[in-house]
Ligand binder design. Structure first.
Ligand SMILES: CC(=O)[C@@H](O)[C@H](O)COP(=O)(O)O
Ligand SMILES: NCC(=O)COP(=O)(O)O
Length: 238
């Protein structure tokens, strides 16, 4: 079964907009779990535009499902993750000023760097995942870094889905096969929503986890958070 990890970045965006503590990020994470989420994902960016490092420290003792921390492995990020020891860390090659995540790793060019970073996390019992495009060569390169899993960057799938879903999913299905052949665990995320999620899951039988935030929080404005999480879980056959 594919697990749903709710990314709560945008809850923190709303909280930061007024400078107070409403919505309460910690309480929202606990409510997401109570509503059925099987994981909580956060992406503390260097400018702390939404999730702050303090949020990560506050969440760790309270989250009872899988805690997934995403980010570019800067020294500060590495220190934060090693101090918190989440169930999973997802390494993303984002530039500090990126408006959002916009590319996967070049696992061939950055192999030595990734091997070293991944080993540091695995030594502490933290599962590692690295963000990659659906390119078989990059997936094969990921296997050489020692990572436990890859996360397929699904923006291209989502942007093409309505026009031609078979064409959109094809590279991801191929990348998923290569991941299986390389004994890599498989996650996926970015721009997944209630329209495109089920088809992706059906075509990627080894998909273990999706992390979804932006669309889910937007949907919750209309359907409510509990109902929205249930709607996403239904797309994953729960
Ligand atoms: C890696 C990825 O695609 C998302 O997890 C990312 O966290 C989105 O970041 P924003 O919420 O800052 O757009
Ligand atoms: N890794 C993807 C994620 O955590 C959420 O991405 P999005 O649903 O906010 O685009």
């Amino acid at each position: 079964m594919t697990k749903l990890s709710v990314n709560i970045n945008k809850i923190a965006t709303l909280r930061n907009a007024r400078g107070g503590n409403r919505p309460n990020v910690l309480q929202t994470a606990l409510d997401c779990e109570r509503f059925g989420a099987q994981g909580i994902t956060v992406h503390p960016r260097p400018d702390e535009r939404h999730i702050r490092y303090q949020d990560v420290l506050d969440l760790k003792p309270a989250v009872t499902t899988e805690f997934n921390i995403e980010g570019n492995p800067t020294p500060d990020f590495i220190q934060l993750v090693l101090s918190v020891k989440p169930e999973q860390v997802t390494l993303v090659p984002d530039a500090p000023d990126a408006i959002t995540s916009n590319a996967g790793w070049d696992t061939l060019k950055h192999k030595d760097f990734l091997v070293d970073i991944i080993a540091q996390f695995k030594e502490q019992g933290i599962r590692t995942s690295i963000f990659v495009d659906p390119d078989p060569k990059q997936v094969e390169g990921a296997a050489l870094t020692g990572t436990d899993r890859i996360e397929l960057y699904t923006e291209a799938y989502a942007s093409q889905y309505l026009a031609d879903r078979e064409k959109a999913v094809a590279p991801y299905a191929e990348a998923a096969k290569v991941a299986l052949q390389c004994n890599l665990g498989l996650n996926a995320g970015h721009d997944l929503d209630l329209d495109n999620l089920r088809f992706l899951k059906e075509r990627l039988p080894n998909l273990q986890e999706v992390s979804i935030g932006h669309a889910l929080v937007c949907d919750a404005l209309y359907f409510g958070l509990e109902n929205t999480i249930q709607l996403y879980l239904r797309q994953l056959n729960y």
